[in-house]
Design a protein around this ligand. Structure first.
Ligand SMILES: [Zn+2]
Length: 256
């Protein structure tokens, strides 16, 4: 019976993923989220519900608009699949109110982080509205279940640490190194991860970012003007911390 619920949970995740795609497309463009109907961004042909089924429709259409054959980004099925998998895998083994509540909480955070990831990748911004949404989820949860030493110190460290480094860099080089969105995201994640968790995140996301940056420079694909969006690295590391809390510290790099 639990396995059946788990499959429902995965299907629910696919549907929520479909909604996240709407957020990812419309939030940075300031179009309304709910009222306007789905349409092809290229030819504006309306998309009927039977061509808007998560995952299935994209595969059926082979990633092309039925009307104008414009390619439909791989992002659509990827977001649906990611959200479906997260809600499927995170579904609790035992059905207790506490574990179900935790599952909803983790799913709600994951959805917001997926939006952040793809919006930053395309537009190089981490919208304030998503950071505020995350804070509204995380802060009450942490106040209920954790000590101020965890959430207050984590949030303060995650926000003020990178802010100080960024300010120092600005004084030294006269240009902005880190985006304000990155700093705010670290602050919000710090409330959840606590001071040690957020230090771990800052360390590993900078490490990951440097590796990818070097690879892009070697491949001559590094954008020297705009740089690379940093949010995706923070988010990848935070997903590892969210779902496998002990993994990073067990890598043998016991930095703290
Ligand atoms: Zn079209």
């Amino acid at each position: 019976m639990e396995e059946l619920y788990r499959i429902y949970a995965g299907v629910l995740g696919l549907l929520i993923g479909s909604f996240l795609n709407v957020v990812i497309h419309r939030l940075p463009r300031n179009t309304d989220m709910v009222v306007s109907r789905s349409a092809c961004p290229k030819c504006s042909a309306p998309i009927p519900w039977w061509l808007n089924i998560p995952l299935v429709s994209w595969i059926y259409l082979r990633g092309k608009c039925k009307n104008c054959s414009a390619p439909i980004s791989w992002r659509y099925p990827a977001v649906e699949l990611a959200m479906g998998l997260i809600m499927f895998l995170a579904f609790p083994q035992l059905l207790s109110p506490e574990l179900l509540f935790r599952w909803i909480f983790i799913s709600a955070i994951s959805g917001a982080l997926i939006c952040h990831f793809f919006i930053d990748l395309e537009h190089k911004i981490l919208p304030d509205s998503i950071n505020i949404y995350l804070l509204c989820l995380i802060l009450p949860y942490e106040i209920m279940f954790n000590s101020p030493m965890h959430w207050l110190a984590g949030g303060a460290f995650g926000f003020l640490g990178p802010l100080a480094v960024s300010w120092g860099f600005y004084k030294w080089k006269g240009k902005v190194g880190l985006g304000g969105g990155d700093i705010k995201l670290w602050g919000v994640l710090g409330v959840y991860l606590g001071p040690f968790g957020i230090m771990e995140n800052i360390f590993f996301s900078c490490f990951l970012g440097s590796i990818v940056g070097i690879i892009l420079i070697l491949a001559k694909r590094y954008d020297r003007e705009g740089g690379i969006p940093f949010g995706p690295f923070i988010i990848v590391v935070s997903f590892v911390q969210l779902f496998n809390p002990g993994l990073l510290s067990s890598l043998g790099i016991n930095i703290f």
